[in-house]
Design a protein around this ligand. Structure first.
Ligand code: CMC
Length: 428
């Protein structure tokens, strides 16, 4: 029971409506307005600017302070000391694993990396030049057709096995999207490799040459996976929850999440950043300033991609780690003078000193530097959002599992109707 109450008076309504106020373990309190519809009223919050859609114990963000915690652990500490598989366990099951739990979990993931051989036929239906995100949406949704032996979402065991299948198969499917695109044969996963190594192996090896995974790339890849793993109720996660609230199977829900992630305001931003840096091209001061000025000009649709965030109003803690990783990878590769990195750094500097960006609290987000690292690793620009989807699958499926394990209702928002009032169909 909530001790505190919020009270609402509405002109024309001769009573005060009371709502309970709940406190979480951290973060803003919420006013539970669920009983409001009984009064013939709805709250109106397009874009969910002030709406909590669910209770969750997975991830916490304090946008003002630049804090991101997964299961209570700060992202900086996780990036430094953990790895993607360990973080996946914590996101899915609530606690970090002990050694035995970790080994078992990792082994299980390794044992599920292959996809059904028949799935390769799906790829052949796509044009070779199809965007890999469109292929990924399709084939992930199609997984339900192959793994419906464990699709009783009311059973914890079935939910867990579906989660494991998704985490394990996403790198395989992502690399198949790439191989299909460039016309090379698909690679089978190698289960002696770590999660990140295996992804790089499937992406870049071919049957004609011996391939050794570069350990610097594998470390950077693992970090990119970790930094994108979850971000509480973002657009794609909310999409997964909304689709899941109908009882749809997890593969269909994750496919919906992938579709939502694709947009340039969300996961598509990493691809858009690289395209923007390409477009800027020349590192001269006047040229970079010209693009900053365009971003400030309201009559120009151009925005600084990789800048701004709905929740972070101070800095994005993921961007800090990403920038360090970017410096590490490029230094290791002898590419510290990379022209795109130089443009990105100068762009960041100019924007951070500009009144427009300061006033609006616009800072580089996680995607500002991730593209430069991915490019250095050799991943083509159109695969960037696919990599994001591979990382975010654990977040999506953890939220889906949390919702299905709880007492949830179908998500069904209402509206402020502004169309015609009732009218008669014209006589003919
Ligand atoms: N460049 C120039 N101006 C911007 C930018 C930008 N990148 N982002 C926001 N603004 C301006 C915006 O025009 C508005 O100005 P005004 O108040 O004068 O109208 C003000 O800042 C507030 O922006 P908003 O669009 O109302 O903020 P939002 O919370 O609705 O949108 C956002 C957040 C991330 C969609 C937006 O900042 C954006 O489009 N950024 C570029 C795309 C991007 O990098 N997205 C990745 C987000 S992080 C990864 C992820 O979550 O997937």
């Amino acid at each position: 029971m909530a001790d505190r109450k919020a009270r609402l008076t509405v002109d024309g309504l001769d009573k005060t409506i009371e709502f309970p106020v709940y406190s979480g373990s951290m973060g803003p309190d919420v006013i539970d307005v669920r009983t409001l519809s009984a009064e013939g009223l709805f709250t109106h919050d397009p874009g969910f600017m002030a709406t909590s859609s669910t209770e969750s114990a997975i991830t916490f963000i304090d946008g003002g302070k630049g804090v991101l915690l997964h299961r209570g652990y700060p992202i900086g500490q996780l990036a430094e000391n953990s790895n993607f598989v360990e973080l996946s366990y914590a996101l899915l099951f609530g606690e970090l694993p002990n050694d035995e739990e970790f080994n078992k979990f990792e082994r299980t993931i390794r044992n599920h990396t292959m996809v059904h051989e028949q799935l390769a036929n799906f790829f052949k239906g796509f044009r070779r030049d199809a965007h890999p995100m469109s292929i990924l949406c399709g084939v992930v949704g199609g997984l339900a057709a192959f793994y419906h032996d464990h699709l009783d979402i009311t059973k914890e065991e079935d939910r867990t096995i579906s989660a494991i299948r998704l985490i394990a198969k996403m790198p395989t499917l992502a690399s198949m999207c790439y191989k299909y695109n460039i016309g090379q044969p698909f690679n089978y996963p190698r289960n002696d490799l770590s999660y990140a190594e295996n992804f790089l192996y499937m992406m870049f090896s071919n049957p004609c040459e011996e391939f050794k995974v570069n350990p610097v790339f594998a470390k950077a890849m693992d970090r990119i996976f970790m930094l994108h793993a979850d971000h509480e109720q973002n657009a794609s996660t909310s999409t997964v929850r909304l689709a899941g609230s109908t009882g749809a199977n997890p593969f269909a829900c994750i496919s919906a999440g992938i579709a939502a992630l694709w947009g340039p305001a969300h996961g598509g931003a990493n691809e858009a950043v690289l395209n923007m840096l390409d477009e800027i091209g020349d590192e001269s001061e006047e040229n970079i300033q010209r693009f900053v000025d365009r971003a400030k000009d309201k009559s120009d649709p151009f925005k600084l991609m990789g800048f701004g965030h709905r929740v972070y109003r101070n800095f994005d803690p993921r961007a800090k780690v990403m920038k360090e990783t970017c410096d590490e990878v490029l230094a290791e590769l002898g590419m510290a003078d990379d022209p795109q990195l130089k443009i990105a750094k100068r762009l960041e500097q100019i924007a951070l000193e500009d009144e427009y960006f300061i006033e609006r609290k616009l800072y580089p987000n996680v995607d500002f530097y991730s593209g430069i690292i991915l490019k250095a690793i050799g991943i083509p620009t159109n695969m960037f959002t696919v990599v994001f989807a591979v990382s975010r699958t654990i977040g999506w499926i953890s939220h889906w599992n949390e919702m299905i394990s709880s007492n949830y209702k179908i998500s069904r928002p209402r509206q402020l109707y502004t169309g015609h009032t009732e009218r008669d169909y014209p006589a003919k």
